[in-house]
Ligand binder design. Structure first.
Ligand code: EZ4
Ligand code: CO
Length: 403
């Protein structure tokens, strides 16, 4: 049996997704998520212009060998474009292997370690009443863990808070990125009382999370972590720019608020110091951007040595294919922590019919062979690619800042 056909499918049912489709000579189809938010077509080109021809004729069963062939064979290692492309190949091959075996992927990874994967939902509000209503709504849906993002009075637009729509979607369909304004002082003064108020409102039980989106210095992040200690966060996410482990070292020395990082990491090498020195409590890499199921599992095994748990990135730019891949890994590893679950619009679920299901605050990947995600190609074709960008961030004097 060989890989006989390979193609890249780009669709935009409300937001862009890039999907790799592999078909074997026996007619078995595998899907991989290749979506890199705001830079989608670079991965499309990497796959179409450089990888697809290498895959034709290969044995689809040789997942690790193919991974090594594409990683070592590129010579130019790592980076989001290369690794998102390799991730898609890896995930599609696991999908095929599961279908050939007649087993869901989590069974091939050793079987379930738990009944389902604890997930956290997104809540947001421009002000406190809106935020309380949003957290309440998520808890009523059955979520046990909620990420809370809130508007800051001095800032017109804030990461994680939608303006004029019901769901938050960071990428905007426009010729140029949106511009946002950042003021660390205003943010640092505003956030701790917000979490005090959430605890007063909802009590000690629900897990509360917050995403800082890589915006603070180590010292600012240490101040925030310390100020939030009385409010018992499940985690504080991406407090400092992800490429500098020393910033986290400083945060770590000054606060016991649990930390999470990793959504922009692509390989185990990006994670190594942070994991070995236990600079965070949760590692947030995804199957979509960090080398697929094979490499994600390797990262989580390294994390396990330091008692660090998984917390996979699962925003809307992770397609249902990528979400299913994360859930199969999450169900099967011993050190699963939590999975982000930012619900897709119903149209996305129609384009990618899937077996994973939400029940009692957890997601289960389902028991269909492979990943358990299909792609309605006719529906996908009715929603062609639309250029979209993530926002950029500036300080009050115009200086570019991390978004
Ligand atoms: O900004 O997925 O935890 N979730 C996040 C997301 C990211 C987007 C970027 O593509 O940080 O909202
Ligand atoms: Co994040």
């Amino acid at each position: 049996m060989i890989i006989e056909h390979a193609e890249v499918i780009v669709t935009s049912p409300g937001r862009n997704f890039v999907t790799l489709k592999l078909v074997t000579s026996d007619g078995v189809v595998g899907y991989g998520d290749a979506t890199l938010n705001g830079r989608e077509l670079a991965v499309v080109s990497y796959l179409r212009d450089h990888l697809l021809a290498l895959l034709i004729g290969r044995d689809p069963q040789r997942i690790e060998d193919t991974w090594q062939y594409l990683y070592r064979g590129a010579y130019w290692r790592g980076g989001p474009v290369t690794m998102t492309a390799i991730s898609a190949v890896d995930v599609a091959l696991w999908d095929i292997k599961g279908k050939l075996a007649g087993l869901p992927v989590y069974q091939l990874l050793g079987g379930a370690c738990r009944d389902g994967c604890l997930v956290y939902a997104h809540a947001f509000g421009r002000d406190m009443p809106e935020l309380v209503a949003s957290v309440s709504a998520q808890l009523e849906l059955g979520y046990r863990a909620v990420r809370a993002q809130v508007g800051v009075p001095q800032l017109a637009k804030v990461y994680g808070v939608a303006v004029g729509r019901e769901t938050y979607e960071p990428a905007t369909r426009a010729a140029l990125p949106d511009e946002e304004l950042w003021d660390a002082g205003a943010y640092l003064r505003h956030i701790p009382p917000v979490f005090a108020a959430l605890r007063a409102q909802f009590g000690p039980e629900p897990a509360l999370l917050h995403d800082v989106h890589h915006r603070l210095t180590g010292l600012q992040a240490a101040q925030l972590g310390r100020a939030l200690e009385p409010h018992d966060l499940f985690w504080l996410e991406d407090v400092t720019p992800a490429e500098n482990p020393d910033a986290l070292r400083l945060v770590r020395a000054h606060t016991i608020t649990p930390l999470a990082i990793g959504e922009v990491f692509n390989t185990i090498w990006d994670c190594r110091t942070i994991l070995q020195d236990r600079l965070v409590d949760y590692i947030r890499t995804s199957a979509t951007h960090a080398g697929g199921i094979s490499h994600l599992r390797r990262i989580f095994t390294l994390a396990e040595l330091s008692q660090i748990r998984s917390g996979c990135h699962g925003a809307t730019d992770i397609s249902p294919v990528g979400m299913a891949a994360a859930l199969h890994v999450g169900l099967a590893i011993p050190n699963f922590g939590i999975q982000e679950h930012m619900r897709h619009e119903p149209l996305v679920d129609d384009v990618f019919p899937h077996a994973y299901r939400f029940d009692d605050g957890r997601l289960h990947p389902g028991d269909e062979p492979g990943l358990g995600v299909a792609l309605d190609e006719a529906l996908a074709a009715r929603h062609p690619y639309v250029a979209a960008y993530l926002p950029v961030n500036r300080l009050g004097d115009g200086t570019m800042h991390d978004w």
